[in-house]
Design a protein around this ligand. Structure first.
Ligand SMILES: Cc1cc2nc3c(=O)[nH]c(=O)nc-3n(C[C@H](O)[C@H](O)[C@H](O)COP(=O)(O)OP(=O)(O)OC[C@H]3O[C@@H](n4cnc5c(N)ncnc54)[C@H](O)[C@@H]3O)c2cc1C
Ligand code: FES
Length: 269
């Protein structure tokens, strides 16, 4: 069920994930029952309304995980227990959890929509290979939680940092190739910087493997009306945010190459 009417709720808990990332927990029945990969429009009073993935779902509570970047995300990051926010959604499609051997590739706050998926896959999948990347060790979030969830199933975690401060030195995509050469997967799920996802998609195509990638675009309405989130013939808010391989092929002239700024102008990644 979707509700387009903003609901007012209060921050119940603030979890420090890193020096620039925090998770905010709030009470909301609809969001607590969202599907993995769905997002909400979060109204920050007096500042803006921005899309945020739902990263936590438990009982009648849900959570989002925000990295402070610009004005709105910093205001959200600075919210305290008891602060008021408005919520619309959950919106968009979701990841489709499959039964089989899966690879999950995530980086930064791209891990946020992957966390609810990971919990579901733990009970479904034959095996999970999780590849997590970041620039430096300080950027990593959710690692203890990921290890705890993965300990319940046949799994492997590979961590990469560009500066070598944690795990293997290099790009997350460098770590994938040797794994793809050794093991056959039934699905690759990914969320993170679009250039990373593009590379993951290209590698998956080489090995003839299906992909589900969660995309980000500027969003204003969140419900398929304004067109600010368009990529090719699709609106990311309504037709996505999760794009499967066939949709990614259709938007290959924009995916990882162009996005649109707040005025709708095409800009290069
Ligand atoms: C479906 C969806 C889900 C999202 N989920 C999350 C989430 O779970 N957690 C989260 O933190 N963000 C998420 N975002 C991004 C979020 O909505 C904002 O775009 C982001 O927080 C920046 O907003 P801002 O207004 O603070 O910055 P802006 O004022 O929009 O940007 C300030 C500067 O930072 C750059 N910038 C904007 N966004 C990013 C970014 N993501 N990374 C690096 N630089 C950026 C801009 O180009 C600009 O130069 C999601 C976006 C979408 C579309
Ligand atoms: S945000 Fe308005 S159409 Fe997607």
């Amino acid at each position: 069920m979707v509700s387009n009417r903003p609901r007012i709720t209060r921050v119940l808990d603030v979890i420090e994930e890193s020096s620039t990332v925090r998770s905010l927990l709030f009470k909301d029945k609809l969001c607590s029952k969202a599907k993995p990969g769905q997002f909400i429009m979060v109204w920050i009073p007096g500042v803006d309304e921005i899309p945020m993935s739902i990263s936590i779902m438990r009982d009648d509570q849900a959570g989002l995980t925000v990295r402070k970047v610009g004005e709105a995300s910093t205001a959200l990051f600075n919210m305290k227990v008891g602060s008021m926010i408005g919520i619309r959604g959950p919106y968009g499609n979701s990841f489709n959890p499959i039964i089989g051997k899966v690879m999950i590739v995530g980086a930064g706050t791209g891990l946020a929509p992957l966390m609810p998926l990971l919990e579901i896959l733990t009970n479904k999948s034959a095996s999970i290979d999780m590849i997590v990347g970041g620039k430096t060790m300080e950027e990593f979030i959710f690692m203890d939680k990921i290890k705890e969830i993965l300990s319940k199933t046949e799994s492997k975690i590979v961590v990469t940092t560009e500066d070598g401060s944690y795990g293997i030195k290099g790009l997350v995509t460098d770590a994938i190739l040797p794994i793809l050469k050794k093991k056959r997967f039934d699905m690759i799920y990914t969320c993170g910087p679009e250039l990373m996802m593009k590379k993951v998609f290209e590698m998956a195509q080489e090995f003839n493997l299906p992909v589900q990638a969660s995309l980000e675009r500027v969003m204003k309405c969140g419900i398929g009306i304004c067109g600010s989130c368009c990529i090719g013939k699709y609106n990311v808010c309504k037709d996505g945010p999760v794009f499967d391989s066939s949709k990614l092929k259709e938007v290959k002239d924009e995916f990882g190459l162009f996005r649109r700024d707040h005025s709708g102008k095409r800009v290069i990644f």
